[in-house]
Design a binder for this molecule. Structure first.
Ligand code: NAP
Length: 281
């Protein structure tokens, strides 16, 4: 039997906890979302965030900009949000249109409102192993899910497949802080299976539809599937071939219903934290 770690259920527990804190203390957190690239996936992700915010009592402000917006126009909107004392958290929905230098925009988010944890201050603090204001949402959600199954990861061999700035790298820093032994693999890694077969936990964040089958894992593997891809049929799937690993490995998350809802729940957690930081609780 492969144990399924249920991210949807866990995210609902986190959201219920946030709602209770907001209701009892009559808090009024507010999350602003800047959306400019109008790809379908971004719209769906933003809708999911707005729905979750509504559920827990976080107000949202959606700033929808056209696909041909200039960097200066986004920076102007951002400046207003940075200065607005009612706005606690700000996210820039990525990807931005290709003519915009995303790093220039992300760098301009006030680090105390940077609930995605992508601004230089928060990235630098995490890399240095010092507490910053915010840790990126997907790594936070992954760590929570790992702890559902394995409460002591100190010294464990954890392999992360993927080295992006939003998943692989910050996740590695977060897990190092928990004393895990972390290996980051990527598309140029030689003999990937050598690493995955010898790991206690494998986190797949390559963005490759159903790419990792049971030959990458052993019967004691614990796998977290971060990937989100859309199959030709329109169905959502992850990086892991679930049918191949199910019944063979020890435990896994599933897509959908695994890391995705946890990312959204972590964003709500960070937004509430932003409210506390700005109101000096
Ligand atoms: P990304 O920026 O495209 O990075 C993918 C990483 O995987 C790169 O480091 C790449 O290596 C590596 N890679 C690709 N193919 C590989 C292979 N065959 N073997 C080993 N490594 C390989 O993607 P991302 O933004 O990190 O996202 C990764 C996946 O997670 C996507 O499916 C995305 O949709 C999903 N995602 C999900 C959530 C969630 O909430 N569930 C959040 C964020 C992202 P190189 O660096 O060498 O190119």
């Amino acid at each position: 039997m492969t144990k399924i770690i249920d991210g949807k259920k866990r995210s609902e527990e986190i959201l219920a906890d946030i709602k209770e804190k907001i209701d009892i203390n009559k808090l009024k957190p507010c999350l602003a979302i800047i959306l400019s690239a109008v790809d379908e996936a971004s719209k769906i992700y933003v809708n999911n965030k707005i729905t979750a915010a509504k559920k827990v009592g976080i107000e949202t402000r959606l700033i929808s900009l056209s696909n041909n917006v200039t960097a200066e126009e986004i920076l102007k909107e951002l400046d207003k949000l940075n200065k607005d004392s009612f706005v606690n958290g700000i996210i820039i929905q990525l990807p931005l249109p290709s003519h915009i230098d995303s790093s220039k925009i992300i760098d301009a988010v006030d680090s105390k409102k940077d609930v995605d944890g992508f601004s230089p201050y928060n990235v630098g603090r995490l890399a240095a192993g010092i507490e910053g204001f915010f840790v990126p949402c997907t790594p936070l959600g992954v760590l929570d899910l790992i702890k559902q199954e394995d409460t002591n990861i100190s010294g464990k061999n954890i392999v992360i497949i993927g080295r992006s700035n939003i998943v692989g790298k910050p996740l590695a820093q977060l897990l190092l802080k928990q004393d895990a032994t972390v290996t980051i693999c990527h598309s140029k890694t030689h003999n990937l299976k050598f690493h995955t077969l010898n790991a206690d936990i494998v986190i797949c964040a390559a963005g490759k539809e159903k790419y990792f089958d049971k030959s990458y894992f052993n019967d004691n593997s614990f796998v977290i599937d971060v990937g989100i891809s859309r199959e030709e049929s329109g169905a959502i799937c992850g990086d892991v071939d679930f049918d191949s690993i199910n019944g063979f490995i020890k435990a896994t998350t599933k897509v959908p219903g695994g890391v995705g809802p946890m990312t959204v729940a972590s964003l709500m957690k960070n937004t509430l934290k932003a409210y506390f930081i700005q109101n000096e609780y």
